[in-house]
Design a protein around this ligand. Structure first.
Ligand code: F6R
Length: 245
């Protein structure tokens, strides 16, 4: 595992953005696994700046996103499709028909999950998977559980995740209670993992996930078993982990 520490949130985003940019330059038709949330915003900003400077071409890139709230359409400004369009896809020359997000409007969970597994299989494997981390160690929406999930799942969000995400909604009741998420097995099959974390409130979970026991109760801990993991954080998020490794 490689760990890079940026002085602050913006610096973290520049490091992570440069790593993704290198992937796009080295393999212009690569498959990017993408994430939403607050953490990747500075990473996406870096990618947009590089595109605007003429340093990056996304025309042959395919992307698959980790997750989507069940019940939200792509036009809903809280949906992850909307987030991706607004924060990245609308600002670069990616072919939107090659950007995939689980279908939040499919009410039949089994069908939605099967379809997304088929999408992920059809793109031929993820070259680099960007991940954030939840306060409880979740990756994508794979919450602490007695076992590691395999493929796409429909999950009930935990209260800790609802609490963490309610800041984006008008009121807590508006936060969807379920989401479609790529499974841990699929995440682990990406060729490279790039996990980003920012802020003091992630310091404890970063230490647990990368220097503690591997357990499905801390889903991100499974990444210790992946052969090519890069962790990029700001000083605050890495403060405890860097004391242990
Ligand atoms: C988002 C996702 C989540 C977030 C995690 C951290 O697509 O899969 O696992 O990465 O909840 O969220 P932030 O970055 O908002 O702290």
């Amino acid at each position: 595992m490689k760990i890079y520490c940026g002085d602050n949130y913006e610096a973290m985003g520049r490091i992570a953005g440069n790593i993704i940019a290198a992937q796009v330059i080295l393999k212009p038709d690569c498959v990017l696994g993408l994430a939403t949330g607050s953490t990747p915003l500075s990473t996406y900003k870096t990618l947009v700046e590089k595109y605007e400077n003429g340093d990056l071409d996304f025309s042959k890139v395919t992307s698959v996103n980790l997750d989507e709230y069940k019940g939200l359409s792509g036009d809903n400004d809280q949906s992850y499709r909307y987030f991706m369009n607004t924060n990245l896809f609308n600002h670069i020359n990616i072919d939107k028909s090659r950007t995939f997000v689980p279908n939040g409007l499919e009410p039949d969970s089994e069908k939605a999950c099967k379809e997304y597994d088929a999408v992920v299989a059809s793109v031929g494997g993820v070259d680099i998977q960007l991940l954030g981390i939840g306060h409880n160690g979740h990756i994508a929406f794979n919450e602490p559980a007695p076992f590691f999930s395999k493929g796409t799942q429909c999950v009930d969000l935990t209260q800790s995740t609802i609490d963490a995400n309610k800041r984006f909604f008008e009121k807590e009741e508006d936060v969807p209670r379920q989401a479609y998420t790529m499974g841990i097995g699929t995440i682990m099959s990406a060729k490279k993992i790039l996990l980003i974390a920012a802020g003091e409130e992630k310091a404890d979970i970063m230490a647990k996930a990368f220097a503690g026991p591997i357990t499905p109760e801390v889903p991100a801990s499974v990444l210790q078993l992946h052969p090519d993991v890069t962790v990029v954080g700001d000083k605050a998020a890495l403060s405890k982990l860097l004391e242990l490794v």
